[in-house]
Design a protein around this ligand. Structure first.
Ligand SMILES: [Zn+2]
Length: 432
């Protein structure tokens, strides 16, 4: 197998087994532990050794992994940070979700982030997330749940009952998207937590009462290579688990002192949370690596953050949505994202470093600016740069259908990004 194919197989596996940020982090944690990264507990004291490999998680949905450099290494070479986010737009089950109508049991859902709702209809949906419960002895515990099988569906309304649907369909998220789970003729249960309890008890026989949960629906169709020549990767959550996986593999392949992977949660809703990029997670970890402020600030100023999050490829059916000179193509390399209004944190010097990395690895890169008459998206790059003052460049692989239940990327681009990030994590080209 070619290295690209082998890499993509690992990526497909990661995408398919990470239906929620909790699972994405647990899977990263497992791989890091297998490569000798030890888990730090934020509630305990740390004694970090130069050359030591560490990881720390927050809320089970954000993760920072790093190889501790010596003070000298940190000052001379700076930190090489790669950032990505673990969350993706989805439908989350409400706290009191039970709906019994026409003999069907449905769950009320909240829309998390900017979900493209249309593609959620007529899919074989499953459910995953975290459940918190009490045991028979009164202890509080949480566990992860992933049902894996299709347990729900949001059927479309037949075209015969809405003749205008192909001209002007709009979706009311309160009315139109509660998924159907069962018919009450088959199962006359109305207490959602009681149903969950039987699932939790399969993992923990001492579980007695489900207290709360964060569960979201996902498409059971596995990530796959598609296209005539398998030139595309189709999957849910490419935004942004693709970048999490690429960053993880880059770190594992080259665990050099000063390399740091930062995967935060809640980007899709603005990053403001204890485990989001706007929260203090990264600052807290850096403060514990170098408690002395002046030293820490010197190290940060000699560092670089590559913020990796997917970009919009130019779609052949909608080419006018892009600036004519800035239409990234799938399989033509990672995209450097630039915005004069600082929706991206890239500047000419941080971008130059990225272009130099691409040269060194002989990998293509592209550039993106949004059409001048359209609003620009944003990501964790500018947020982290604002909080930390670290030089930052925003980059990401070009994709189609961002925030759909099934997105599309090029099958070469993740590999290209991986090559650049691996190089970067070993040694960052520096200005003199
Ligand atoms: Zn994203």
């Amino acid at each position: 197998m070619q290295p690209t194919e082998q890499f993509n197989q690992g990526l497909l596996q990661y995408l398919s087994t990470s239906p929620t940020p909790f699972h994405a982090v647990a899977n990263m944690q497992r791989e890091l532990a297998a490569q000798g990264f030890s888990l730090l507990n934020e509630a305990e004291s740390w004694s970090l050794q130069a050359g030591g490999k560490y990881m720390v998680t927050r809320n089970g949905s954000a993760l920072i992994a790093f190889v501790m450099p010596s003070q000298e290494q940190a000052l001379q070479q700076g930190l090489r940070l790669v950032g990505a986010h673990t969350d993706s737009p989805c439908l989350k089950v409400k706290p009191q979700p039970e709906m019994c109508r026409q003999g069907y049991f449905q769950l009320g859902v909240e829309v998390y982030g900017g979900v493209l709702l249309n593609p959620w209809f007529d899919r074989d949906l499953s459910l995953a997330g975290r459940v918190s419960y009490r045991t028979t002895t009164g202890q509080l515990k949480s566990c992860l749940l992933d049902l894996r099988k299709p347990v729900a569906v949001i059927p479309s309304l037949a075209i015969h009952l809405d003749r205008e649907v192909n001209q002007n369909r709009s979706i009311n998220p309160q009315r139109d998207i509660p998924p159907i789970l069962w018919q009450q003729a088959k199962l006359n249960a109305q207490d959602w937590r009681a149903q969950l309890l039987t699932l939790v008890q399969q993992q923990d026989g001492d579980a007695e009462r489900v207290l709360d949960y964060e569960l979201s629906f996902y498409d059971t169709q596995a990530a796959a290579l598609v296209g005539w020549n398998q030139e595309f990767i189709a999957s849910a959550r490419l935004d942004n688990l693709l970048s999490c996986y690429v960053g993880l593999q880059a770190l594992l392949q080259a665990p050099a002192p000063g390399a740091i992977l930062v995967c935060t949660d809640h980007e899709e809703v603005g990053s403001a949370s204890c485990c989001g990029a706007e929260g203090p997670f990264l600052q807290d970890v850096l403060a514990r690596m170098w408690p002395e402020q002046e030293l820490r600030l010197r190290i940060i100023q000699g560092s670089l953050l590559i913020s990796a999050d997917n970009a919009h490829g130019i779609h052949p059916n909608y080419a006018d949505k892009h600036d004519a000179n800035h239409g990234p193509l799938l399989n033509q390399g990672p995209v450097i994202k630039i915005n004069a209004n600082q929706r991206y944190a890239t500047n000419s010097e941080t971008s130059a470093v990225l272009r130099r990395l691409a040269e060194l690895e002989q990998v293509p890169v592209q550039a993106f600016v949004v059409r001048t008459d359209m609003a620009c998206g944003s990501t964790i790059g500018p947020i982290t740069a604002t909080k930390l003052g670290v030089p930052t460049v925003d980059v990401g692989v070009p994709t189609f259908a961002m925030h759909s239940i099934r997105e599309l990327a090029g099958s070469d681009d993740a590999w290209y990004l991986y090559r650049m990030l691996s190089r970067f994590m070993q040694e960052c080209p520096r200005f003199i």
